[in-house]
Design a protein around this ligand. Structure first.
Ligand SMILES: [Zn+2]
Length: 145
């Protein structure tokens, strides 16, 4: 599968499965599951720690580029350049966090042989049966769409 389409879907912060459902209901508040197709978006605790990788990579690239452009392209003095870069180091990861999470979810979803995705499916089934126990309903086989 080509990587361009999943990446574009991820950057639009849409569900990797149906490509329609929005992942966030506020800037950084994620839905528990896709509002369109029901794909669980929080497969387990610490799942999005991996999103730090794309986030760190983007922050590093942008701050490095801004530093060099300010200092050598625009001739801004070193002190201003340094403080701007430091500020970006703190601001960018926060701003980019929803996109990093979306990209991470997309990567994990499309890497179907990845063990994380397998755990994800297992935890999905477990969650469903647990919620039935709470409701006191008899267990039955649910038809997957
Ligand atoms: Zn969906």
């Amino acid at each position: 599968m080509g990587m361009l389409k999943p990446t574009l879907t991820a950057l639009r912060k849409r569900c990797p499965r149906c490509e329609q459902g929005k992942l966030f209901h506020r800037f950084s508040k994620m839905h528990r599951q896709c509002p369109q197709c029901g794909l669980p978006l929080a497969p387990g605790p610490g799942y999005y720690i991996g999103a730090l990788y794309p986030n760190y990579a983007v922050t590093f690239l942008v701050v490095t580029a801004v530093y060099w452009i300010m200092l050598f392209g625009l001739g801004v003095d070193q002190k201003t350049t340094l403080w701007t870069s430091l500020a970006l180091l703190f601001i960018l990861p926060v701003l980019f966090n929803p996109y990093a999470r979306s990209l991470w979810l997309s990567m994990m979803y499309h890497a179907s042989s990845n063990p994380t995705t397998k755990d994800w499916r297992d935890s999905d089934d477990r969650e469903e049966s647990e919620s039935k126990d709470v409701l006191g309903e008899p267990p039955h086989i649910q038809q997957k769409t």
